[in-house]
Design a protein around this ligand. Structure first.
Ligand code: LLP
Length: 416
């Protein structure tokens, strides 16, 4: 996370000292680096070299309009999983011809929205979904381009909640059923099979599962082509892991080099849909210490950010590095906890942490993906502000919610 660095003992994002942002925008706040987003995107893009390809950004990781606008301007496509993400992607200026739509539960309304925008591909996950797609496209005089999302039955070796390519996971179509399904699609008038898609999980830190699943899926592409299906796209999914702690993660180049011959042999345009790799290390959550307390043998640093702001530690026991914003080097063994009324509300547990006291600022690192995106209003807490930094400029790209936002849309009926 080079874009977050100390200068004269103060943590900066690019050219901006984080205390300046905390003073101007308050805490907690997510801070994103434009140049880190660009670097990660280009690294992925360049890893494919002269292979015909498109890097799509998984909007679910961080769907802030400014973040999306930046990525669209770099030339990225978008991977979406809901009508809401399609709306965001269109608002941010993505070219619909670069949008791919995944998800096991697309509703008719969402399918219609995708057809309306003439997106590049629907990643279809079931026979029932195909039937809906055909019916809706026929009724509205549209043509739908689809990729079959297959389930290659490969264990990505990641957290159970975010592993998606095992036979018992809800995602995709078993490889051995995909051929029959492709034959069936040929009989549909308004659905054209143009691609094959796989996605085996998230925060994958080993190459083997990628290699194994890409090889399996490439065999299917081969067989489909042999049977006369014009497979133009091979979507290898997202999931490339990042370093949160001491993980040894493959680089995009390591990944693409390991599968390049297989990809080349398919003759298809390669799509990938990375979220975390692009935005994960481009963001940090800055938070102020509200209190310091000692309870029995334990030390607690109580911050103004909690599990509603950053859920990953509570939900996955995920590790996020915690840095002091004013570097002084002293550490202590403590839990960094939030104000939410659950013992599961922690950002770091039983860890050596900066020895922070009331009023100090801390930065919870690698929070640019699945950070704000999973934030909630639990405990009627307002969701935090989001800030984008570019060089020595910064801007609020989402305001901290107001009290009125907390009750927006709620109505008290006349019979009360
Ligand atoms: N494509 C599909 C079909 C996906 O389901 C996902 C993520 C991605 C692409 C992007 O994966 P990435 O490159 O970001 O790993 N909330 C969890 C992560 C959930 C990932 C869900 N699907 C977390 O905080 O770790």
């Amino acid at each position: 996370m080079d874009e977050f660095h100390y200068q004269a003992g103060v943590l900066h994002c690019e050219g901006v000292p984080l205390p300046e942002i905390a003073r101007g925008a308050g805490t907690p706040a997510y801070v994103y680096s434009y140049s880190a987003l660009e670097r990660a995107y280009r690294e992925l893009d360049e890893a494919f070299g002269d292979l015909d390809h498109l890097v799509c950004y998984a909007v679910k990781a961080n769907g802030n309009l400014a973040v999306l606008r930046a990525l669209a301007s770099f030339g990225a496509g978008a991977d979406i999983v809901s009508g809401g993400e399609l709306y965001r992607a269109m608002r941010a200026g993505f070219d619909p011809k670069k949008v791919v739509f995944a998800g096991v539960g697309k509703t008719d309304e969402e399918i219609m929205a995708g057809l309306g925008e003439r997106i590049l591909l629907f990643n279809v996950e079931s026979v029932s979904e195909l039937e809906h797609l055909e019916r809706l496209a026929a009724r509205h005089g549209k043509q739908a381009r689809v990729s079959l999302r297959v389930n290659p039955d490969v264990d990505a070796g990641t957290h159970d909640h975010v592993s998606t390519g095992r036979a018992f996971d809800k995602f995709g179509i078993p490889v051995d059923e995909a051929l029959a399904l492709a034959e069936r699609i040929s009989e549909y008038r308004c659905v054209d099979i143009m691609g094959v898609h796989q996605h085996i999980g998230s925060q994958i830190t080993k190459l083997d599962p990628f290699v194994e699943s890409v090889e399996k899926t490439a065999d299917l592409v081969e067989e489909l082509k042999r049977r006369g299906h014009d497979i133009k796209y091979f979507n290898i999914g997202g999931g490339l892991g990042i370093r949160y702690n001491d993980e040894e993660t493959p680089t995009p180049k390591d990944l693409v080099d390991a599968i390049r011959p297989t990809l080349e042999a398919t003759g298809a345009k390669i799509l990938c849909e990375m979220g975390r790799y692009i935005s994960g290390n481009a963001g940090a959550l800055i938070t102020s210490v509200v209190y310091r307390k000692r309870s029995g043998e334990k030390d607690f640093i109580v911050a103004d950010a909690g599990m509603n702001d950053l859920l990953r530690p509570s939900l996955y026991d995920a590790h996020h590095e915690v840095r002091s914003v004013q570097e002084d080097g002293s550490v202590s063994n403590a839990d960094l906890v939030g104000p939410v009324c659950e013992s599961g509300d922690y950002l770091a547990r039983n860890r050596e942490l900066p020895d922070a006291h009331e009023g100090d600022l801390l930065a919870v690192m690698s929070a640019g993906a699945y950070g704000f995106a999973m934030a909630s209003n639990y405990n009627s807490r307002r969701r935090p502000a989001e800030i984008l930094v570019r060089g020595d400029r910064w801007a609020v790209v989402r305001e901290r919610e107001h009290m009125a936002d907390l009750v927006k849309g709620e109505l008290v009926p006349a019979f009360l």
